[in-house]
Design a protein around this ligand. Structure first.
Ligand code: COA
Ligand code: ZN
Length: 302
């Protein structure tokens, strides 16, 4: 069966939605735990204004700690603007994820910029930091809390085209509020793959409508280069009303391992880390495995 790249994004998308500050050493233990389970790529934080998201105020400190500890793992972080990109570069991060929404209204709510302003800033980031890999997050691809459902794939292709022309060739298509469904995922992945054959396309799904696993699998089957998920099913955008948790990492890994995909991730170790997270963080853990009572229906897996 084929190999699937599963990427952990809980320390960013998961933690950004938790009000109470999570001590840096707890964040580190969770990052250590997912790496011990076999993850090779982790989104560790976001370099955002601490006024907008106080949870991320330790971004630089945390990044320095993980970069000092691991040399064989790909770490990346979200940046909303040039300021964030500069802060990430200053502590030696080699990959950043700027974010722009397909929906103009969500872009303004989220990063207080028009899409045009975000694109201009992106061009500046690309020019200023030529050695950093940029993977562009596109939020609200499949639907927006303010502007409604995706009606056509054309505005997405147009936006990707503009970003591609800036010199960025890796994208993560985000279902920010969890409104996608398998046939839409298929349509979108087929369209972007056809138009931008050599670019990288990853997927980021929220499980608002219980479609997370199915949508993730559909994206994999339609050529997604990697699939993101958050430990325990934490997650949500504070600037998108109705956004609930991401697809839970352990639920996704369980399904993929059972189906014979090669994830390289040990489910039991991952579940153990998810349980540690639940015990130490006051957040909305919406995953399924994490909420199964200890007995009688715990199933262990090699
Ligand atoms: N990191 C740290 N501080 C930052 C920053 C960054 N990336 N960007 C701006 N700031 C600081 C500025 O220094 C300034 O500080 P001051 O008030 O002490 O002078 C303050 O934030 C305001 O700066 P400004 O450029 O006017 O930004 P803004 O108020 O328009 O905020 C964002 C825009 C995007 C930076 C801010 O809203 C943000 O970080 N949002 C988070 C978005 C997010 O993470 N969404 C969820 C993920 S999709
Ligand atoms: Zn998200």
């Amino acid at each position: 069966m084929s190999k699937v790249n599963v990427v952990e994004i809980g320390p960013r998308d998961g933690f950004q939605n938790v009000k109470e500050f999570i001590p840096t050493d707890v964040k580190l233990k969770i990052i250590d735990g997912v790496i011990a389970a076999g993850y090779k790529k982790v989104q560790i934080t976001s370099f955002v204004s601490p006024k907008a998201i106080p949870q991320m105020k330790d971004a630089s400190q945390l990044t320095e700690m993980v970069l000092g500890k691991y040399s064989n793992i790909d770490f990346f972080a979200l940046v909303p603007n040039f300021y964030g990109a500069r802060s990430a570069a200053a502590v030696g991060l080699k990959e950043i994820t700027p974010v722009i929404s397909l929906s103009e209204t969500h872009n303004k709510n989220n990063v207080k910029r028009t899409k045009k302003e975000s694109l201009e800033e992106l061009r500046k980031i690309r020019q200023e930091f030529p050695d950093i890999k940029i993977t562009q997050d596109i939020a609200t691809v499949f639907g927006c809390p303010f502007e409604g459902e995706m009606k056509s794939v054309d505005p997405l292709l147009e936006l990707i085209g503009e970003i591609h022309n800036i010199g960025i060739h890796a994208f993560t298509l985000c279902d920010t509020i969890g409104v996608a469904y398998p046939t839409l995922i298929q349509q979108v992945f087929q369209a972007v793959r056809k138009e931008f054959q050599d670019d990288e396309f990853n997927v980021h799904i929220h499980d608002t409508r219980n479609m997370g696993i199915l949508n993730s699998l559909t994206a994999i089957q339609n050529g997604a280069d990697s699939v993101q998920a958050a430990i325990g099913g934490l997650g949500g955008c504070p600037f998108a009303p109705g956004a609930t948790g991401n697809t839970s990492s352990e639920d996704l890994v369980y399904m993929l391992n059972k189906c014979g995909y090669e994830t390289g991730i040990n489910f039991d170790k991952l579940l153990e880390t998810a349980k540690y997270a639940k015990q130490n963080i006051h957040g909305n853990f919406s995953g399924h495995h994490i909420n199964i009572p200890e007995n009688p229906c715990v199933i262990t897996q090699e």
